[in-house]
Design a binder for this molecule. Structure first.
Ligand SMILES: C[S@@+](CC[C@H](N)C(=O)[O-])C[C@H]1O[C@@H](n2cnc3c(N)ncnc32)[C@H](O)[C@@H]1O
Length: 349
């Protein structure tokens, strides 16, 4: 895909997902690219890459990182994430000047794939676990692949409010008002172990890791930023073991444990795995599933996109589903749907 098409598509996605600022910046980048401005110097070598490489998001995150680090006060004045107000004329001028003056640094940052740890997806995990422990009332051992900074492994330490009922930790700095629609059982969730893996984990306890994770949140999406900043605080109190490891080897190392329900969890990472790796993980789960008993069960909870036909037309769309599979037995339940960042969560069962 050419750079212009990739940026245009990303602009539409940002608009649809609630970031008018980034939609505007991306369209201004397109205009600048088409007239041979500084954007060409920054992005030309990425012409022909797939949309999945998210070149627009890489550039936006590189610049946001500079803003968050306090190194570009003239641009920070236009970033809501640091108290500024976006302005399409003056903000864009400052954005272009930053690209010009920090071009070497920005280009080297572009090599880094996007590294989002979206706290909004925690509600799907948490609700999925409540459904699980309602049926299987045992302490949970939580294993996450593609965990990024591991923030969502602390999902039970966030507060969720739905239909006047509060779930999770009432005093948490991470708050989900109107967390979902539909019913979630008020089950007694106890998490005994939190372990994650990622091929490129980010340590949320270091200033640099926290800045990296924040730089991938879109600056005008204040709810997402507040949740991320709250989750960074929670991470300092609630330990989780995040290993620099590939998903396949991590799942191969998983074992069941008597008296616990062992859970594999993941969100928006399945698409990054090769087909052979997905099959290897499914086979390992099936193998563990055969060993599972009532007192030694296994579960798989995930929020991942599925291709669907939209509105009866012969056109592909994506549905972000929360699925729960449990062993012994291997029963698969569709629990709900959400949007890519975890909003508009609806429980169907
Ligand atoms: C879009 S992010 C989602 C992160 C997190 N699950 C969330 O929902 O916020 C995808 C993550 O998968 C990781 N990843 C990609 N391929 C992987 C693999 N083969 N094994 C482990 N992690 C992988 C990436 O490094 C990245 O952190």
């Amino acid at each position: 895909m050419d750079v212009v098409e990739a940026l245009q598509r990303q602009a539409t996605a940002c608009e649809d997902l609630g970031s008018p600022m980034y939609a505007e910046v991306l369209r201004l980048l397109v205009d600048d690219y088409e007239v041979g401005g500084v954007t060409v110097e920054v992005l030309a070598e990425y012409d022909g890459r797939s949309f999945g490489e998210a070149i627009g998001l890489r550039l936006l995150a590189a610049v946001h990182g500079l803003v968050l680090s306090g190194e570009t006060p003239e641009l920070a004045a236009f970033y809501p994430s640091v108290g500024g107000t976006w302005d399409a004329v003056l903000g864009w001028e400052a954005f272009k000047q930053t690209m010009q003056s920090r071009i070497g640094e920005i280009r080297s940052l572009l090599a880094q794939p996007p590294q989002t740890n979206e706290v909004g997806r925690a509600a799907s995990l948490y609700g999925g676990l409540l459904h699980l422990v309602d049926a299987v009332p045992l302490p949970v051992r939580l294993f996450e692949i593609g965990a990024s900074g591991g923030l969502n492994l602390r999902a039970d330490h966030f507060r969720y409010v739905a239909d006047g009922t509060t779930y999770g930790a009432p005093d948490s700095p991470v708050v989900f008002d109107e967390a979902w629609t539909g019913k979630v059982p008020a089950a007694d969730l106890r998490i005994a172990e939190r372990v994650g893996c990622d091929i490129a984990p980010v340590d949320p306890l270091t200033p640099n890791g926290a800045l990296t994770l924040t730089s991938y949140v879109w600056p005008d999406m204040t709810d997402r930023l507040e949740r991320l900043r709250g989750a960074l605080l929670v991470a300092q109190q609630v330990p989780a073991d995040i290993r620099p490891e590939d998903a396949v080897s991590f799942v191969n190392g998983m074992e069941l444990s008597e008296g616990h329900v062992t859970v594999l969890w993941h969100s928006i990472m399945w698409q990054y795995l090769r087909r052979t790796d997905r099959t290897a993980i499914e086979e390992r789960l099936a193998g563990l599933g055969k060993q599972a008993t009532e007192s030694n069960p296994l579960a798989h909870v995930r929020l991942e996109p599925h291709r669907v036909l939209t509105h009866g037309h012969n056109e592909d769309g994506w549905e972000y589903r929360i699925d729960l599979q449990t062993w012994p037995g291997g029963e698969l339940r569709r629990l709900g749907t959400a949007t890519p960042h975890g909003q508009d969560l609806v429980w169907v069962s």
